[in-house]
Design a binder for this molecule. Structure first.
Ligand code: ADP
Ligand code: ADP
Length: 233
């Protein structure tokens, strides 16, 4: 599904020094996996997600998704490919002036779906995340867990094959975290999604990930089956 080869990402800081956020990273994510990337603050996790989400280009190396090299796409193909990648965020990134239903419909509008399709798809998605009774609520009227359910529904609107999660449970209480992780696991099975999630929380990795990569200072420290890696002394 995803093959990352010799990936480098450099930034310049204010003083003009070069920061290597990702250094010669190699990673393979199989289709249908829940793949966790864990590391301390500053490890390069967000950078990696931005590269996967096509928001940024690598300095060197390549990222292939389903055999397509993202670094070689023109703008039109980039937009098409981006629509096939869903994304959820720590702070939900919902539109505060739009209702639950309107937030979920938003990506369907951008994708040019017609009105009756949009309405039907939004109903399905609200049912999937168990928010049908909150369709006309605004984000401020929802709990954190409910906001993230909206985020998940919106991310799935255009039937992505890949879902990226950037610290999606980091601002939730333990009960809401549990319920969001269960939802992600159910959805992954039902839709045969591949999920790549970044987190600094070990518990999240242990709870739902099949594979894990540990990164520190832009380098891959360890990669493997979650049970193998965490069973070691
Ligand atoms: P993490 O998400 O694991 O906390 P990041 O990917 O945000 O790590 O950051 C990795 C490194 O790259 C850090 O040293 C950070 O300061 C640097 N960095 C990230 N984004 C930028 C940027 N836009 N400009 C300059 N440096 C950046
Ligand atoms: P969850 O487990 O989904 O995070 P909570 O236990 O936090 O839900 O919230 C329980 C109920 O309280 C929810 O049904 C929600 O509608 C309501 N609620 C929580 N926070 C707020 C808020 N800031 N404004 C209005 N209602 C809220």
């Amino acid at each position: 599904m995803i093959e990352i080869r010799n990936l480098d990402k450099e930034y310049k800081n204010d003083k003009g020094d070069i920061i290597r956020a990702i250094e010669n990273l190699n990673l393979k994510v199989n289709s249908g996996e829940i793949f966790g990337i864990i590391g301390p603050s500053g490890a390069g996790k967000s950078t990696l997600i931005r590269l996967l989400n096509l928001l940024e280009k690598p300095t060197a190396g390549s990222i292939e998704i389903d055999g397509v090299d993202l670094t070689e796409l023109d703008n039109k193909r980039l937009r098409e490919t981006r629509q096939k990648i869903g994304m959820i965020f720590q702070n939900f990134n919902l539109l505060s002036t739009k209702t639950v239903k309107e937030n979920i419909i938003f990506p369907l509008k951008i994708a040019g779906k017609n009105k009756s399709f949009r309405r039907k798809r939004a109903e399905e998605l609200m049912e999937l995340v168990d928010l049908s009774d909150r369709a006309d609520h605004y984000p401020a009227q929802l709990s954190g867990g409910q906001k993230q359910r909206v985020g998940i529904a919106r991310a799935l609107a255009n039937e992505p094959k890949l879902l990226l999660s950037d610290e999606a449970t980091s601002s939730l209480d333990p009960d809401s975290t549990e319920s969001i992780l269960n939802l992600l696991r159910d959805i992954q099975k039902e839709m045969d999604l591949t999920v790549v999630l970044i987190t600094h929380e070990m518990g999240v990795i242990k709870e739902i990930c099949d594979q894990v990569a540990v990164i520190e200072q832009g380098n891959l420290i360890e990669q493997g089956n979650v049970l193998d890696i965490f069973a070691r002394p």
